[in-house]
Design a binder for this molecule. Sequence first.
Ligand code: ADP
Ligand code: MG
Length: 355
Amino acid sequence: DQIEAPRRIRALHEDVVNKIAAGEIIVAPVHALKELIENAVDAGSTSLEILVKDGGLKLLQITDNGCGINKDDMAILCERFTTSKLKAFEDLTSIGTYGFRGEALASISHIAHLTVTTKTVDSSCAWKAHYAGGKLAPAKPGQSADPKACAGRQGTQITVEDLFYNVPTRRRAFRSASEEYAKIADQVGRYAVHCKGVAFQCKKHGDAGAGIAVPATATVKDRIRIVHSSAIANELIEFELSNAQYGFKTEGLVSNVNYSGKRTALLLFINHRSVESNAIKRAVEQTYSTFLPKGGKPFVYLSLEIDPARVDVNVHPTKREVNFLNEEEIIELICDDIRTRLGKVDTSRTFMTQS
Ligand code: ADP
Ligand code: MG
């Protein structure tokens, strides 16, 4: 047998690299939306309006009333690794904002049609621009790609159309728009519960229903009532704990022994990012198992703030996972505290029914 000569190694074209990276960060419409929500919150918005068409595949639009984007920054807005939030690697240890990689808008511009309309306080008008492949693009062939002056309110509107239009295999993988919308509504609901002082609206295009509508003034309990149900909101225990040794504090609302759901609802925020943690979910379920009827599951909203120096948010581009020191110890302390609180409510109930 003859061994073939190896093929030569070549650098991938930048556009190919960017499209691959984009597909890793934005797997489904909900991931684009999460980034857009986080950007709007980072911009100091107190109102977020979200419009969704075809589960986000046809249209994702988010309108905020935040600080807006400088017209002069619009040219590099969607380039990869351009950000207003991080300068040095060391900044990662004290980062207070959601975003930090400057990859979200870049990614979206590589796999969708992206339009940005924005107005800062000191600009007399709003500016509108289209993006493709990380760069300003003309609205129609032959036109100028420069941002155009237009009327608009303070803040930013991001419009994402035809997500994955140029990634046909990914596009075909989505079977149901309502499944994608459900993921979007779940994610919006999480931030709507967590972001105190911020109004949220989320609507399905052409749907007469209100969707999610949370006023800025709503308390966390009201937010849970609006996004989830009164059945949950009426059975919540407030939760607070801090610990200097492991450098964390946590607060939240957890269901009491009167509430028993079909599935665990875990709304988890670590340093104000919505994240997932199977370890915390398992530990919480274990804690509740002795209090709830067989198969009953709790509702848990937990906001965990950990000394940024002990957290590694840089595990994955999506930031869905976060690593932190003493994870086991911290989870155990939280569950011990929940157990104590559940036990207390239990006794007072018995006492009340006896008297
Ligand atoms: P990152 O959030 O990691 O900085 P993004 O690609 O998400 O990267 O955003 C790039 C930059 O665009 C941000 O740093 C911010 O300056 C600006 N930006 C994005 N969205 C908004 C918004 N809704 N309001 C104001 N500025 C925004
Ligand atoms: Mg961002």
